[in-house]
Design a protein around this ligand. Structure first.
Ligand code: F6P
Length: 364
């Protein structure tokens, strides 16, 4: 009997369960493959007692439309940064990656499929370099992983934001107000950009293009005639003014290394007041609504394609690879290439050109 283990790491994302189900369904067509799942990324393998479960067709029945992940996830710790407390009470981290590989070998695990974003796929590459048979599946609502046209979960997030904008438009119009919608996108503005186009926004502020507040004010004024009118602004959580920085707070959660970004919309609102924008401004932060809930059909299909392909790679022994979508095919790319450079909105990006062609202001 051969064994493949699945782990879901990093922030959750609509479509994770559809990938898990697809791997299990594909593996069950083989006579000699068993599928295991580690709870909360790789933590389940390292915990004492271990938390690793057997996944069969019964376990995954009907989970393709459920958000989140039945295996749970975490964006803290991991085999290379295992947090533990020193005798003096302070926290530090340890590299337990070699121990984890040994444990997998004792468990007779032949291969691992790691479903995760940028950080998780860096772990995949490091583990591959240490000799682990591993395949990556790209997950992130931010769509910031390279070498694939799209990550699953992204389109669902865009759908959530677009629906929100559609609702905000009617209240903005009725009250002659400016509405700022803050969306996820730590370093990449893809969610903001796509939903600004889909929702017909007037202004879109993204991490890749630091904004000039005067340009933003000017674009707002163009939407009002004698105080009548409305304006819709989409701002990514990682957007910043020219010469400024992102807004957020340092997390006190053990093992959480990122800055928790929030408040870009409130800061923009203050900046607008300071330079004399006299219209009523309201802010809406969509936050984790973009990550929760059911995946749209597009993401269910993509996630299923990724799951089946990931198992094929395992079966063929093609390790150190990440499944990817190169329209119209699902292919595999070396993990090393996928993590080399992040996928950010570039100034020659076609979608950015479309947005500019629609007259959307980026504050530059
Ligand atoms: O990586 C995806 C993402 O959605 C980022 O846009 C966001 O900053 C982050 O996750 C928030 O993650 P969490 O709230 O789980 O720490």
């Amino acid at each position: 009997m051969k064994r493949v283990l699945i782990a879901t790491g990093g922030g959750d994302c609509p479509g994770l369960n559809a990938v898990i189900r697809a791997i299990v369904k594909r593996a069950s067509q083989e006579e000699n493959w068993e599928v295991l799942g580690s709870i909360q990324g790789f933590n389940g393998i390292l915990w004492e007692p271990q938390e690793v479960i057997r996944l069969d067709e019964k376990t995954v029945a009907g989970i393709h439309y459920r958000g989140g992940t039945i295996l749970e996830t975490t964006n803290k710790g991991g085999p290379f940064n295992w947090p533990f407390r020193l005798p003096d009470g302070t926290w530090t981290t340890a590299d337990r990656s070699d121990e984890m590989i040994r444990r997998l070998s004792y468990m007779s695990v032949d291969a691992v499929i790691n479903i995760g974003g940028d950080g998780s796929q860096r772990y995949s590459q490091q583990l591959f370099e240490k000799g682990l048979n591993i395949v990556g599946v790209p997950k992130t609502i931010d769509n910031d992983l390279s070498c694939t046209d799209v990550t699953f979960g992204f389109q669902t997030a865009v759908e959530v934001v677009t629906e929100a904008i559609d609702k905000l438009v009617t209240t903005a119009q009725s009250h002659n107000r400016v509405f700022i919608t803050e969306v996820m996108g730590r370093n990449a503005g893809w969610i903001a950009l796509h939903s600004a186009i889909a929702g017909g926004a007037d202004i879109c502020l993204i991490p890749e293009i630091p904004y000039d507040i005067k340009q933003v004010k000017k674009a707002i004024e163009q939407r009002f005639v004698f105080d009548r009118g409305f304006c819709i602004i989409v701002i990514a959580e990682g957007a910043k003014p020219q010469g400024g920085d992102v807004v957020g707070t340092v997390s006190d959660e053990i093992g959480y290394r990122d800055l928790r970004l929030h408040g870009a919309s409130a800061r923009l609102s203050d900046e607008l007041k300071q330079i004399g924008c006299h219209h009523e401004v309201r802010e809406t932060i969509l936050g984790h609504l973009q990550r929760g809930g059911i995946p749209i059909a597009y993401d269910r299909v993509l996630a299923s394609q990724y799951g089946v392909k990931a198992f094929e790679l395992v079966k063929e022994g093609k390790f150190g690879q990440m499944v990817a979508y190169h329209h119209p095919n699902v292919v595999s790319v070396p993990l090393a290439e996928a993590i080399a450079t992040p996928n950010f909105v570039t100034m020659d990006s076609d979608v950015l050109e479309t947005a500019r062609g629609l007259g959307i202001c980026f504050g530059d």
